[in-house]
Design a protein around this ligand. Structure first.
Ligand code: ADP
Ligand code: MG
Length: 370
């Protein structure tokens, strides 16, 4: 087993393509660590450098206390599962999974044990003798996972392993993967662009954008205390709402104001803004943190309903906020009419304020302490 650490790692491809920019993080031994970010943000480049498949432009990669920069892929004991792992088409499922073990000249009976154990967990027992050519997409993914874990690697790298499965299988595979990986106790680096996968499976997540790390934390830390506007917008579905606002003080009370609404801030936020000079900032709030009522209540904001999407268990309400739109997510039995004015209250425990200049959460430290 191994911890995996990146220290100031860069990947610059030909033509000055900066795919990974000064990235540092450490995945602890046996941790399930997810790298999450949109397509093209440098996830695969990072993992290829860890596996030894791509040269490191600058920086160090460390397994336990050992710098592995110069080690060949074989010497790193890293197994990889890719999005489209090409299986050996003429071999059976059994032989595909057994392949890396045979390559190591393991005794037959041990190979058999290991292959069958992998097949049991991956639900492949019924098709062990099926030819790889005749497998469905989901089966192929599972065989490639079986082939990776059967070797008992120190580090298991999965690059979008279930992104191409259909939704119901994906949900099941999330659970299965998570269960099995924790049972194996293997250090796992899991790449995905799907925040639902990271949130559901990972011990910790590193959120990347444009080659840079935006935030590293547990799923709940990242969800509740986004370090940047990008993280706030990327995590959560439907996505968070953002609007530029001003802070003003009147009779020692602090207020937030934009063209569409104003409301008084609670004690926590008033205290924060007492010591901040910026008064033009961006507010972020998640759909589930916009409560609505049909009558005006204290400190509420009246907003016009632009669209109502009924989903059964919940209703997604689109609200007009000046020339922008906000989404509010409420229980399914709340169903306003389009064109109606409703009254919203922001859950101030879960609003965030970002710098207009660099997108950073202005009060991240205070949020984490509260
Ligand atoms: P992700 O896995 O997050 O989608 P990648 O690491 O594959 O991102 O790619 C990051 C950036 O590097 C992208 O802009 C991509 O086009 C570029 N890139 C990836 N591989 C190469 C390569 N071999 N040569 C040049 N540019 C590359
Ligand atoms: Mg990729």
């Amino acid at each position: 087993m191994a911890s995996v650490e990146l220290r100031n790692v860069w990947k610059i491809y030909k033509g000055d393509v900066e795919a990974v920019k000064n990235v540092s993080w450490k995945c602890e031994d046996r941790e399930f660590f997810s790298i999450l970010g949109p397509s093209g943000c440098g996830k695969s480049s990072s993992l290829r450098m860890i596996a030894g498949l791509e040269e490191i432009t600058k920086g160090e990669i460390i397994f336990n206390d050992r710098v592995v920069n110069h080690l060949r892929p074989k010497e790193r004991n890293v197994a990889m599962v890719f999005e489209n792992w090409a299986l050996y088409p003429n071999l059976s499922v059994y032989e595909n999974i057994a392949f890396p073990l045979r390559a190591r000249n393991m005794p037959k009976n041990i190979i058999d044990e290991k292959v069958k154990a992998a097949a049991r967990f991956l639900d492949l027992e019924g098709i062990l003798h099926k030819n790889a050519q005749r497998l469905s997409g989901g089966e192929m993914q599972r065989v490639s996972i079986g082939r990776a874990i059967v070797r008992e690697p120190d580090v298991l790298i999965m690059d979008e392993p279930i992104s191409h499965l259909d939704a119901s299988l994906r949900a099941r595979m999330r659970e299965e993967l998570k269960t099995q990986v924790s049972r194996l106790g293997v250090t796992t680096l899991y790449i995905t662009h799907d925040q639902v996968e990271s949130m559901a499976m990972a011990d910790r997540i590193a959120v990347m954008n444009q080659g840079e790390i935006q935030q590293i934390g547990t799923p709940l830390e990242i969800y509740h205390h986004p370090y940047t506007e990008f993280v706030a917008g990327f995590i959560g579905e439907p996505p968070a709402n953002f609007v530029d606002v001003e802070v003003f003080v009147e009779k020692e009370k602090h207020f937030i104001k934009c063209s569409a609404f104003s409301f008084e801030l609670n004690k926590f936020w008033s205290k924060q803004f007492d010591s901040k000079r910026e008064n033009r900032i961006r507010m972020g709030v998640r759909p589930e943190d916009i409560g609505i009522s049909f009558e005006a209540t204290e400190n509420c904001c009246g907003l016009l309903v632009d669209f109502v999407e009924i989903q059964g268990d919940r209703t997604i309400i689109t609200l007009k906020v000046g020339d922008q739109l906000f989404l509010s997510e409420v229980l399914g039995d709340i169903r306003p009419e389009t064109g109606q004015t409703i009254y919203v209250k922001f859950n101030q425990d879960n609003i965030h304020f970002f710098s207009l200049e660099d997108g950073k959460n202005l009060f991240f430290d205070a949020e984490m302490k509260s």
